[in-house]
Design a protein around this ligand. Structure first.
Ligand SMILES: [Zn+2]
Length: 151
């Protein structure tokens, strides 16, 4: 019911999706760790939406990734890559991804376009991979905390 109310308010414009400010602030205050596995070793900067797929070269789209995840993901769409690994993205990572997708679609006037009418060939992500079903609550992760912090 909360989700239905939220959706209605987003659609009728009485509520707007928040900016990436909170996500960026969290990136600066959280311990540096791979956004995908929590490792703190051999970190590099990864484009959440791959640069090779024309993902934006902006800080919102840059996340920490360990060497292993970065080389495994390469230019793949994050959702496709995680799906192949059998993992559901942590919610805060998914939120960041969705906000970047929404911003991209909004800036190109695509928000009201039906999925079957979208030409995704030149989009930097596969919008059809956006999850419509979620794992049970006890399996959802809010965030992948650094491996050293887990007791
Ligand atoms: Zn990793």
């Amino acid at each position: 019911m909360i989700r239905a109310k939220l959706r209605k308010r987003l659609v009728d414009g009485t509520m707007k999706m928040r900016s990436l400010y909170d996500d960026e602030r969290m990136k600066m205050t959280m311990p540096q760790a791979c956004y995908y596995c929590g490792s703190t070793h051999k970190l590099s900067v990864d484009h959440l939406i791959s640069k090779i797929r024309s993902g934006p070269d902006e800080s919102d789209n840059l996340v920490w990734a360990c060497l292993s995840c970065n080389s495994s993901k390469r230019g793949q769409d994050m959702l496709a890559w995680m799906e192949r690994k059998g993992k559901f993205p942590p919610l805060l990572l998914l939120r960041r991804y969705i906000k970047i997708v929404a911003r991209y679609c909004e800036s190109r006037g695509l928000m009201d376009t039906q999925l079957d009418r979208l030409d995704e060939t030149d989009m930097p992500f596969d919008v059809r991979r956006l999850p419509t079903k979620f794992p049970p609550l006890d399996e959802l992760e809010l965030w992948i905390y650094p491996a050293e912090a887990v007791s």
